[in-house]
Ligand binder design. Structure first.
Ligand code: SAH
Length: 342
């Protein structure tokens, strides 16, 4: 049976045309699936019984299944583990900020990028998520919210989104469409470790989403040690691609910079970073590292983090420190899925 979940309204219309059913039914059906989380045709009360019976024989509506939910002590962060068709698992995090509900989604099962500080890459890449699977992360979390309201999506969960480019774009277009949650592109952030040609390609898509680039080091030498991807796409090319993205889209690029004690957090590093990013439409988001059991990196003291931030701001680079959420439920960075594997 063909799964309708994950098809665009146009793709559903194509299926209906094959059955000689009118196109406007596709809109009704897609709204049932994506706005009201229907998983059976019986719920679709604006379709005749006859049509429902006909569709039931040919199609199913199946999205990722819920496995487990963890909630932080303060109740502000919730982590969901979802099971996919092939029994692999993917994690999605909901963060309730005072400015709204933010959701952090995954795009791959595991990751091939090999960043030395990251839990998601420890067992390598299993596979890409389909657009339908990415969509089901958002719609599942949405269905748990009493007001059904997601205000922001950050594509910062497990995986490298630009290595799953086509599915990412299909997902972005769907989540922006009226027949799903119709989220503004401006409320979506995609984070990448710096896949340069894909950053250029993304700049041409005409989707005004925010791009976040994981930099984490101001020099090639250090960045290559922390992020093997830097061998293929060195720092100057990454920053150049970021600059182009800012110019083409008019959107300010965010550079993420994890702070790791005694590795990349000295005044010298802050100085190098400020020089690298001078004269760019950019800001820096500083993230004190979430230590991962398998990795031997430590979080710097809060004074050190503040000093680093202050240095950047005093040297013409807009920098902020990211507020940490959900550490006590392993919400940070692929750690729940890893725990499940362990
Ligand atoms: N692959 C993409 C998106 C997923 S990672 C990327 O690299 O941007 C999302 C962010 O979390 C990245 O900036 C990543 O470097 C960061 N991250 C990974 N492990 C972390 C850790 N242990 N502590 C803090 N941030 C981490």
């Amino acid at each position: 049976m063909k799964n309708l979940f994950g098809l665009t309204v146009e793709e559903i219309a194509d299926e209906l045309t094959k059955l000689n059913l009118p196109k406007f039914r596709a809109k009704q059906i897609s709204e049932w699936i994506y706005k009201r989380n229907a998983n059976s045709f019986d719920e679709m009360t604006n379709l005749s019984k006859e049509i429902r019976e006909q569709l039931k024989k040919l199609f199913k509506i199946e999205s990722a299944a819920f496995i487990k939910k963890l909630e932080s002590d303060d109740g502000l962060t919730m982590k969901f583990l979802l099971r996919l068709d092939d029994n692999s698992a993917v994690e999605t995090v909901l963060m309730r900020h005072d400015y709204g509900n933010s959701i952090c989604i995954s795009t791959q099962v595991g990751c091939a990028m090999g960043c030395k500080f990251c839990a998601s890459t420890i067992k390598g890449l299993e596979r890409n998520l389909t657009a339908a699977e990415i969509l089901s992360e958002v719609l599942f979390v949405n269905s748990t919210l009493e007001n059904r309201r997601i205000d922001n999506i950050v594509v910062m969960g497990i995986g490298e989104p630009l290595m799953n480019y086509d599915n990412l774009i299909k997902f972005l277009k769907m989540i922006h469409s009226d027949y799903t949650i119709g989220l503004s592109y401006r409320k979506i952030t995609v984070s990448t470790c710096g896949i340069v040609p894909k950053i250029y390609q993304l700049a041409e898509e005409n989707l005004p989403i925010t791009l976040s680039i994981s930099l984490h080091a101001p020099t090639n030498n250090l960045r290559t040690q922390l992020m093997p991807v830097n061998k293929n796409f060195p720092i100057d090319e990454v920053v150049e691609a970021g600059k182009n993205y800012g110019e083409k889209t008019g959107r300010r690029v965010t550079y993420e910079y994890i702070l790791i004690a005694n590795v990349n957090d000295t005044a010298e590093h802050a100085n190098q970073l400020s020089k690298l990013l001078k004269n760019q439409l950019a800001n820096v988001n500083l993230i004190p590292i979430n230590p991962v059991v398998e990795r031997n990196f430590k979080k710097p003291s809060i004074e050190r983090v503040k000093n680093f931030c202050e240095y950047l701001n005093n040297h013409g680079i807009a920098a902020t420190i990211r507020k940490e959420m959900g550490a006590n439920i392993n919400a940070a960075c692929g750690q729940l899925r890893l725990q499940n594997l362990r």
